[in-house]
Design a protein around this ligand. Structure first.
Ligand SMILES: Cc1ncc(COP(=O)(O)O)c(C=O)c1O
Length: 359
């Protein structure tokens, strides 16, 4: 099991540690859409609650068709999972890479999946001097000794989206070197008009693209994600060998209806445009903070105080922020906050002002 401090969202443990009830804490540590689950999804679940009395379709045909139609891909190129996390482990376990290049800091589960598969991991460190941006140096770090590369676009926790041309060069280089490329686009839906690498699947079978539906559609407790790839052999093997029914009937139902809710997508992007700008501008004005420009629904920053205790100080205001101290290459000066509703964002900013001005 992942340790409770390894991810954001561990409100219960943190509230207990600081003598608070979980309801007294505003959670800025998990990057979940504050608009909440789409009404259309909630209604479908209420209306069809009785579906729990049956096993889900073992092939999840309707769910896979909905995802395939959304991306205009053949249904065989889609595999859904119990959250994106299940698919990180499933893909890694079936590919069984011997040596992988892992960009850090990034989402912790890639490393855990690779370790479980017995893979040798070589770490590629993003540099603070490059503002943690992915650079062309990654291209020279790749050679034929690797058989897998993991990339998170936009990256978690840094919130940065690599340049699209660089991503295309990485796709080409991995193809040339026979390296399986795992691209995690779990937060890309939060970025308006941003090109995805899904278009590359038609040309390249070495690329796998991961999407989570739990962040954008606010369903982390329901669990739903999917993987897209034109590597038919690998996908068939994953389908054949996985445990049956890992996606519950309500999650499958949610996935069948949510793509139709274009109004929810528009509302989300509209909310984010407003709040991302506000939080970014306000953080830039705070003393002792170096904020990195966000591209999705979270913001990464450095507290320029070597002995930073910002997480503990903010908990005294009932605000939980994500300490990034446990990411390889980062330390206790780095934090990530979710972008939330206007009211919550204002509370966050005034608590930060209070802490930074008065300790
Ligand atoms: C980059 C990234 N990928 C995947 C996941 C897993 O998402 P899910 O809730 O769909 O398992 C997370 C969760 O935090 C994440 O940050």
């Amino acid at each position: 099991m992942a340790k409770s401090g390894q991810h954001g969202g561990n409100v219960i443990q943190m509230a207990q540690k600081y003598g608070l009830e979980p309801e007294q804490v505003i959670d800025f540590s998990a990057n979940i859409n504050p608009l909440g689950m789409p009404h259309s999804v909630k209604q479908a679940i209420i209306d069809q609650l009785d579906c729990l009395e049956h096993y889900p379709d073992i092939d999840y045909l309707k769910l896979h068709q909905a995802i395939a139609a959304h991306h205009r891909l053949p249904v065989e190129q889609v595999i859904a999972g119990n959250g994106a996390t299940e698919l990180i482990f499933l893909w890694t376990n079936h590919l069984k890479p011997k040596k992988a290049l892992l960009v850090e800091p990034s989402f912790a589960e890639y490393r855990r999946a690779l370790v479980r598969a017995g893979c040798e991991i070589v770490q590629f460190d993003l540099q603070e001097t490059d503002d943690f941006a992915l650079t062309e140096q990654l291209l020279s770090a790749l050679d034929e000794s690797f058989d897998a590369l993991f990339l998170c676009t936009p990256n978690n926790p840094t919130g940065l989206m690599p340049n699209h041309d660089l991503l295309l060069s990485i796709v080409a280089r991995c193809h040339q070197l026979n390296i399986a490329l795992f691209i995690d686009e779990s937060f890309i839906d939060f970025m308006r008009d941003t090109p995805s690498l899904v278009a590359q699947l038609a040309h390249y079978s070495h690329v796998a693209i991961l999407r989570s539906l739990t962040k954008f559609y606010a369903l982390p407790g329901l669990r739903l994600g999917y993987l897209l790839s034109s590597n038919q052999i690998l996908l068939d093997e994953m389908r054949d060998q996985r445990e049956p029914w890992t996606i519950n009937a309500l999650a499958a139902l949610a996935g069948e209806v949510l793509f139709a809710d274009t109004q929810y997508v528009e509302q989300t992007l509209h909310w984010l445009e407003q709040e991302q700008t506000l939080v970014w501008q306000e953080l830039n004005e705070l003393p002792g903070i170096r904020a990195f420009k966000p591209s999705a629904n979270y913001l990464f920053f450095k507290h320029l105080e070597p002995n930073s205790q910002l997480q503990a100080q903010m908990m005294k205001h009932g605000i939980l922020i994500r300490s990034c101290a446990n990411y390889p290459t980062l330390n206790q000066q780095f934090y990530r906050i979710a972008i939330k509703s206007r009211a919550a964002n204002i509370q966050l900013i005034s608590a930060l002002k209070e802490v930074l001005h008065h300790g």
